[in-house]
Design a protein around this ligand. Structure first.
Ligand code: ZN
Length: 388
């Protein structure tokens, strides 16, 4: 299938101006003005009045469900295809959460393959909150080398009472094992870090890079918008060469307790001079968001939404007035680069044809292509998951 979409305002994420986008199969073939191509085998689409942006890359989704911290009935459901595709997310990276007992890595790999089959690109992390981390083969390195879908290890929990309080040496070892796995398989091999609310914040990561031959970009810490102090600690981490990730799923209670909305945290960091390529957002989709009453009793449960990622992108541009290219980088190029997903996160020739067409004023999504396949048209799902 060859598709030519004409006269789009292209953000790659950097602005390229009005261009035609030529896609063949699952790849972008060319982005240029006035591409001349015709014939019965070419589908032409008029793109006038629309923006083209890269499909979003969500570096943390509990694709097989998460939660369970309020007992068995509080386990959250799996993510369905359209929860990502309708929200412009064309790449997800799945992870286990707190529960690596009733949730398994085998299930995670199977679900990633299922989502891939249904239409988006899905990967996952080996490992778990707890250390020593869970693996499929017995080794982080072997998992990353041998299992196609596994591109790193995570979420490994630091500064969290639910984690195993790993030592500096243990974190360094995990980073080294993941790195070798990445080198041998041409993958990122990063360590995705769940950052909890304990006072030690990111000190463990600083200790690892000071004491061992581990580079800051080996780690990818998330939930940095948990509170203002952690955001400031995150900025220090970017000054040391690291990247930080903000979580877009939240609820009123978390905000009341001091969490900063992801878009607000990103805007704050940009104003502090942090490069957008050292900043990213992820949804933490399908995580549980427990609601407690004043007595600390669980009174309700909400589920993290992948769609919050796109809503936060809109907030960055429409409320916080960040330039579109800067805002876009945090959900496309930045996570793709951090995860070494070389075919993702940018619109350019030879990249995967993952693109979102949206309205210039509201950024409302009109059309979503994932690896060249049209999953969303006119804001509605054209392709649904197997059980949707
Ligand atoms: Zn987490």
């Amino acid at each position: 299938m060859i598709r030519l979409i004409t006269e789009l305002d292209v953000y790659a994420p950097h602005p390229l101006g009005i261009n035609d986008v030529l896609m063949a199969g699952d790849k972008i073939l060319a982005i240029a003005p006035n591409i001349i191509l015709s014939g019965a085998h070419v589908e032409r689409i008029d793109g006038r009045g629309r923006l083209a942006i890269p499909g979003l890359v969500d570096s943390l989704v509990h694709i097989t469900g998460g939660g369970g911290e309020g007992s068995f009935h509080t386990r959250t459901p799996e993510m369905m295809l359209t929860q990502a595709s309708l929200a412009g997310v064309t790449t997800v990276i799945g992870a286990l959460g707190t529960d690596a007992t009733t949730r398994s890595l085998a299930d995670l790999v199977a679900k990633a393959r299922a989502l891939d089959h249904e239409g988006i690109s899905a990967y996952c992390y080996t490992g778990s909150y707890q250390v020593p981390v869970r693996t499929l083969t017995g080794s982080i390195t072997d998992d990353i080398v041998l299992i196609d879908k596994m591109i790193g290890v995570g979420e490994v929990a630091i500064a969290d009472h639910r984690g195993s309080q790993p030592s500096v040496a243990e974190l360094a070892r995990i980073a080294a094992e993941a790195k070798v796995g990445g080198l041998l398989s041409g993958k990122g091999g990063i360590v995705y870090i769940h950052t909890g609310e304990e006072a030690e914040q990111l000190q463990m990561l600083h200790a690892v890079i000071e004491q061992y031959a581990v580079k800051p970009r080996q780690f990818y810490p998330t939930h940095i918008n948990r509170n203002q102090r952690l955001v400031d600690a995150g900025i220090q981490w970017t000054r040391a060469g690291g990247i930080i990730d903000m979580t877009t799923s939240t609820n009123a209670q978390f905000i009341a307790e001091g969490e900063i909305e992801a878009a607000e945290a990103i805007a704050y960091c940009v104003r502090k001079g942090v490069s957008p390529l050292s900043l990213s957002m992820s949804s933490d989709g399908n995580a549980s968001l427990p609601v407690f009453n004043a007595a600390g009793e669980l009174i309700g449960l909400e589920v993290g939404q992948v769609a919050s990622l796109y809503q936060s992108l809109q907030a960055l541009v429409l409320q916080h007035r960040l330039p579109l290219a800067t805002a876009l980088a945090t959900v496309t190029e930045s996570p793709a680069t951090a995860l070494r997903l070389t075919q993702k996160g940018r619109l350019a020739p030879d990249m995967d044809a993952d693109l979102v067409l949206c309205e210039p004023d509201t950024l409302a999504i009109d059309t979503v292509f994932a690896r060249g396949r049209c999953l969303v048209e006119g804001g509605r799902a054209r392709v649904k998951g197997t059980f949707e």
